[in-house]
Structure formats: structure tokens, C-alpha cells
Design a protein around this ligand. Structure first.
Ligand code: G3H
Ligand code: 13P
Ligand code: ZN
Length: 342
């Protein structure tokens, strides 16, 4: 049995009550909003995502990354997502629109294993390969996944920073002149592009930013909206994805730093820019780091305020509440996806 062989029989995402991204994206592109793609690694994150989505009736994409697979186990996460559909119904969301998505899949075998175990969407991230190899690997995944109606996200261009194990000194914006050829020949359902976002809580080096004289905070350079609009013109109505779209809320950074943490000059993508992107062909926005910050801020605060506390529910509970608040805020005030899965 290799790493990706499932002991279970093949299961379709449809049997699990999950949905793929096809209809979600078509509606989002037309409606000028974006679907939240939140990463989850543990029960509290998943509960917070589902509570926020159910209360706001927002379609949602649950993402499973490489780190999550290593930490929590891919099979266990898939069963948690199946449970999440039932949990959403229990919360009164009659027809939950929940997609289970593989984030940054790095091989055909991994994507296949996710399709086979009930994921409704996979990303094949071959963006570090030469153009033709990226097309060939993406097409291989598409040909397999589409047999089971599983949708496929691909990536063209390289994000700055650490992209899972792919490091790039600086970002290489997606070249608009390549997108038609890539999308047509690979057959992908959505395309992640590089326009200046990047993963993690340190998206920009201080020397790339200016400093607000009043607050002393770093002000990042704007996203390359010109590149996004060029891409939109080349592929009208085609679903575009933004990775690395955490905003690194400074109130969380402050709480963390005031309670024993050390996150100097952490900076993200301003929310107004994400709102603007969501109104365009960008219909999936990936957010992971902000949830990590919300959780860390809440946990650090409990530890500082109540040093005698040792029941994990007493610090993971507040962390869950803080993440739920964050997810709701993203859905309602940034992505505009609330009420779109009523
Ligand atoms: O794309 C990166 C995500 O934030 C997940 O990162 O592999 O550390 O979970 P991870
Ligand atoms: P952030 O690190 O900005 O949250 O990005 C997450 C992401 O792109 C997951 O694929
Ligand atoms: Zn990503």
C-alpha cells in the first residue's frame, strides 16, 4: 500500500452531501462576490467555519493542505468534513453548500487519492514546473477528476515567499498572454494567479512597504490589479483564485505581542483590496493565516489572564469563538458571500 492508497472503497463526494465548485463559482463570478476558502486542521477550526457559514448562509470551501495532512491525517480530515455537513444541517442550514478541497496538491497520485476518498475539488499546484509540464500534469489530473465530476484548480505564476515547499525569491506575476493557452489545453476549472499576494503572516518585507507616520505600521504595496484585469479580459467569466489572502489583522498581532508573542512587522493584504478583487472574476479567496492569528491571540490571552487554567476547553473554546467572529467578518464584510447559499 503506498501513502495514498485508501483502504476504503471509492466514494463519491455526492454521497457525502458535498458539492464541487462549478456552480458556486459560476454564481460568484456573475454576482461579484467570492467564496471563502478556509483551511482547517482541527475540530475547533472546522466548528468555527461551519458555524459562521451556517449563520451567514455562505457557500464555503474547506481546504486541506499538506501541513494539515501531516498534522491531522487526510482520511480523518475527510471524515470530519463529512461530519461537518451533518453539523451544518443540525445548525439549521437546510441545504449546506460545502466543498471539500485539496489545497496545493503536488502530485497526480495525491489528487487521485483525494478524488477517490470523496473530496469534491482538488488543486494541482504544478506552478513551479515549466509551462508545458504544468499543463501536462494539470491535464492528467483534470482527465481523472472530471470522470467523477470533481473540479480542478490549477496555478500559473509563482507567489512570493514559501509556497509549501516551493520557495521563490520574488513573485513571478502570472503572464496574461499565457492564460488562454493554459486554461484551454489543461482543461482546469479555475486558475490561481499571482498578482502580489503571498502565504503566511509576513507577506512583504519592510523595504517593500511604506510606514504610516501616525501608527508606525507597515503599508504594503498594492496588488497588481492591472494584471488581474488583463487576465479577466483574456478569459471572460473564467473563475480566478487568490491564494495568500490573509490580511493579518493588526489587532491580533497586538494581542499576541502584548501577551508574550513576537510577531514584529507582520503584514497582510488590506481587506479593501480583497473586496475589490472579489467583485471581479476572483471567485475564491484563500485564508489560513488569519485564522491562526485569531486562535493564537485568544489562547495567549487566556494563558496570560488565567495562568492557573489547564482545561483545554477553556482556551480552545475562546479561540473557536474568535475564529468564528473572524470568518463571519470575512464572509460579510470582505467576500460578500453571505446569503448566497440560503
Ligand atoms: O498554502 C498554505 C496554507 O496556508 C497551508 O499551509 O501546509 O502549513 O498547512 P500548511
Ligand atoms: P494565507 O497564508 O494568506 O492565509 O494563505 C492561505 C492559502 O493560500 C492557502 O492555500
Ligand atoms: Zn495557497
Amino acid at each position: 500500500m503506498n501513502n495514498y492508497t485508501n483502504s476504503n472503497k471509492m466514494v463519491s463526494f455526492k454521497e457525502l452531501g458535498l458539492v464541487n465548485t462549478r456552480e458556486m463559482f459560476a454564481k460568484a463570478v456573475k454576482g461579484g462576490y467570492a467564496i471563502p476558502a478556509f483551511n482547517f486542521n482541527n475540530m475547533e477550526q472546522l466548528q468555527a467555519i461551519i458555524q459562521a457559514s451556517a449563520e451567514t448562509k455562505s457557500p464555503v470551501i474547506l481546504q486541506v493542505s499538506k501541513g494539515a495532512r501531516n498534522y491531522a491525517n487526510q482520511t480523518l480530515l475527510r471524515y470530519m468534513a463529512e461530519g461537518a455537513v451533518e453539523y451544518a444541517k443540525e445548525l439549521g442550514w437546510e441545504k449546506p453548500q460545502i466543498c471539500l478541497h485539496l489545497d496545493h496538491g503536488d502530485s497526480f497520485e495525491l489528487c487521485k487519492s483525494c478524488v477517490d476518498m470523496g473530496f469534491s475539488s482538488v488543486m494541482i499546484d504544478a506552478s513551479s514546473l515549466p509551462f508545458e509540464e504544468n499543463i501536462a500534469l494539470t491535464k492528467r489530473v483534470v482527465d481523472y477528476a472530471h470522470q467523477y465530476d470533481v473540479t480542478v484548480e490549477a496555478e500559473l505564476g509563482v507567489l512570493a515567499g514559501v509556497e509549501d515547499e516551493v520557495s521563490a525569491e520574488e513573485s513571478h506575476y502570472t503572464k496574461p498572454e499565457e492564460v488562454i493557452d493554459f486554461a484551454t489545453r489543461s482543461g482546469c476549472d479555475s486558475l490561481a494567479i499571482s498578482i502580489g499576494t503571498s502565504h503566511g503572516a509576513y507577506k512583504f518585507k519592510p523595504e517593500q512597504c511604506t510606514r504610516d507616520p501616525k501608527t508606525g505600521r507597515l503599508v504594503p504595496p498594492p496588488l497588481a490589479f492591472d494584471v488581474l484585469h488583463e487576465i479577466e479580459k483574456k478569459l471572460p467569466g473564467f473563475p480566478i483564485v487568490l491564494h495568500g489572502s490573509s490580511s493579518v489583522p493588526q489587532e491580533y498581532v497586538d494581542i499576541i505581542n502584548a501577551n508574550g508573542g513576537k510577531l514584529p512587522d507582520a503584514v497582510g493584504i488590506p481587506e479593501e483590496q480583497l473586496r475589490e478583487a472579489a467583485k471581479s472574476a476572483v471567485c475564491k479567496i484563500n485564508i489560513d493565516s488569519d485564522s491562526r492569528l485569531a486562535m493564537t491571540a485568544a489562547v495567549r490571552k487566556v494563558f496570560a489572564d488565567k495562568p492557573g487554567e489547564f482545561d483545554p476547553r477553556k482556551y480552545l473554546g475562546p479561540a473557536r469563538d474568535e475564529m468564528k467572529k473572524l470568518y463571519e467578518h470575512k464572509i460579510v464584510n470582505v467576500l460578500g458571500s453571505d446569503g448566497k447559499a440560503a
